[in-house]
Design a protein around this ligand. Structure first.
Ligand code: 9D3
Length: 250
């Protein structure tokens, strides 16, 4: 499933470069950075502004609301990033107009050694910057957010957890939910009774084959109920049908 992972260097272009701390300072992505499993270089487009206020945006030709991030400044920021990461690094601009990110695209990005993420603010980027300097425009879906930083970090987080050694004792990236295309089963821990509600008895049985079977049935049932779009072939396989029938979920 997992092909060759070459990815270990990220560029993060943003007028709020310190937002990267959400990724670099916390959890598995923080530990992986401290262990040297990847690097992030941040580039602030304001460093390339030519006025004393550090202006990176201007009014849209043709009028209308909002401001546009200028082509010369964003181009200079990408050139700096390429100087740090290499000219071959693909440039990914986060944009509501981009293709919606999915598992297949993420996996295809792992073969790159370096990736440069560009996060915008305001209304967006000058189209000439996009056409000349951007390889891929990526959206995180039909939801409006305030800028590209959190979308870029969402994508980076998902990439970093697939770098070998990043996930330690936690389940491997390969076993992770969505990789096999089904939702996860329900989880329980102590106490055995919470506000009068017990844990499903099969999980207390010690019968590991039966537990695995129940979990598989739960995954299938929840996916059918909540995300029928994830079940690739419209019909259940015979195997999946008998799994549900065994647990009286059909
Ligand atoms: C007026 C129309 N809006 C465009 C759909 C304005 C607008 C909204 C939000 C312009 C920029 C933004 C900032 N969003 C992003 O930079 C962004 C984003 C998003 O809003 N949704 C989903 N994915 C992404 S990736 C970057």
């Amino acid at each position: 499933m997992t092909n060759e992972v070459a990815l270990s260097k990220f560029g993060f272009i943003s007028i709020f470069p310190e937002m990267i701390s959400a990724l670099s300072d916390w959890g598995v992505t923080g530990r992986a950075l401290r262990e040297g499993r990847y690097s992030v270089d941040t580039i602030d487009p304001r460093d390339f502004a030519t006025d004393r206020h550090g202006t990176v945006d201007d009014r849209p030709y043709g009028g209308g609301p909002g401001m546009v991030m200028t082509a010369p400044i964003m181009t200079a920021a990408v050139e700096r990033a390429k100087g740090l990461l290499g000219d071959q690094a693909p440039v990914i601009a986060m944009s509501p107009q981009g293709q919606v990110v999915d598992e297949r695209l993420l996996i295809s990005l792992l073969k790159q050694e370096s990736l440069i993420f560009v996060a915008g603010r305001y209304e967006g980027f000058d189209e000439r910057f996009i056409s000349r300097s951007v390889d891929i425009e990526l959206s995180v879906g039909d939801i409006v957010v305030s800028g590209g930083e959190i979308p870029a970090m969402l994508v980076m987080d998902s990439l970093i957890r697939r770098i070998p050694g990043v996930l330690g004792d936690e389940l491997s990236a390969e076993q992770d939910s969505f990789v096999d295309g089904l939702l996860d089963c329900p989880h329980y821990t102590r106490p055995e009774i919470f506000e009068g509600e017990t844990v499903p008895s099969v999980l207390l049985s010690g019968d590991h084959a039966r537990i695995a079977d129940w979990r598989a049935a739960q995954s299938l049932k929840r996916t059918l109920e909540r995300r029928p779009d994830l079940i690739a072939e419209s019909d259940l396989s015979e195997e999946q049908g008998s799994l549900l029938a065994r647990w009286e979920m059909l």
